[in-house]
Design a protein around this ligand. Structure first.
Ligand SMILES: [Zn+2]
Length: 246
């Protein structure tokens, strides 16, 4: 199928139809397999009623949360393996849609209203996503056990982190917000944030092919997204390992 698309794209380009057509073909291709569309990657859907999502068992969480079924299955396998090694995994947060992200963003937007707009957005972005640029929209990403890096640097937290670093990839989960020493842009180090790449890599690809700054709208400060290179530096600001995952 991939080869067919390449040939088709090549043939169309000969006829001068240009890159727009090529991208449209590719996005349809992904669309057919994953049932993904623009609203999905922007978080504009209700995960509670979406057929690919399921509620997470309350033993893993303190509030009602949802994950994609495939991601949850992988998580359950990972948890089983972790338990054998004496590790308990706890999900603090996973899927958040546009509306929920907008509520978080705008609460912080009001809180820091003493700051100039770009500085204010940068400050919020240290640990919160701009709506429609969050991987948490996709139902593929998990915040595990504790929301501070220091927790994972000593004692019990370090044991959990070391286990995840060694084993999570076996189950498809990768830390995407690694340290920024190697030139990674965007969100700061998050030792708690793990992404299920077998699905998320295709959502990112779809995002890059189909979403532009006109789609990142509908919240306070949305006019800053383009100048702040939200797509290039934040949406794509993930660990090298996650970029080359296949
Ligand atoms: Zn997260």
């Amino acid at each position: 199928m991939n080869k067919l698309i390449v040939y088709l794209a090549f043939a169309l380009s000969l006829f001068g139809l240009g890159t727009t057509t090529v991208f449209a073909l590719q996005s349809t291709h992904i669309n057919n397999n994953l049932q993904v569309n623009e609203d999905f990657v922007l978080g504009k859907f209700d995960y509670k009623t979406h057929k690919s999502f399921t509620k997470v068992n309350s033993k893993f969480t303190s509030k009602p949360i949802y994950l994609q079924i495939k991601v949850y299955d992988a998580f359950l396998k990972m948890d089983k393996a972790a338990k054998k090694d004496g590790i308990n995994l706890f999900i603090i947060s996973c899927t958040r849609n546009f509306k929920e992200q907008k509520a978080i963003w705008e609460r912080k937007w009001r809180k820091y209203d003493n700051l100039e707009e770009t500085k204010r957005a940068r400050h919020i972005l240290e640990y919160s996503s701009m709506p429609s640029t969050s991987r948490h929209h996709w139902g593929t990403d998990l915040d595990l056990n504790h929301l501070t890096n220091s927790y994972f640097e000593t004692g019990k937290g370090k044991v959990v982190y070391d286990w995840l670093t060694k084993n999570a990839s076996t189950f498809g989960f990768y830390q995407v917000y690694t340290d920024k020493d190697n030139g990674r842009t965007g969100y700061n180090l998050e030792k708690w944030h793990w992404s299920y790449l077998p699905l998320a890599k295709d959502y990112l690809e779809f995002y890059n092919l189909n979403i532009n700054y006109n789609d990142i709208r509908g919240f306070k400060g949305d006019h800053l997204a383009k100048n702040m290179k939200m797509i290039e530096e934040y949406v794509n600001g993930i660990a090298r390992k996650a970029q080359i995952f296949n």
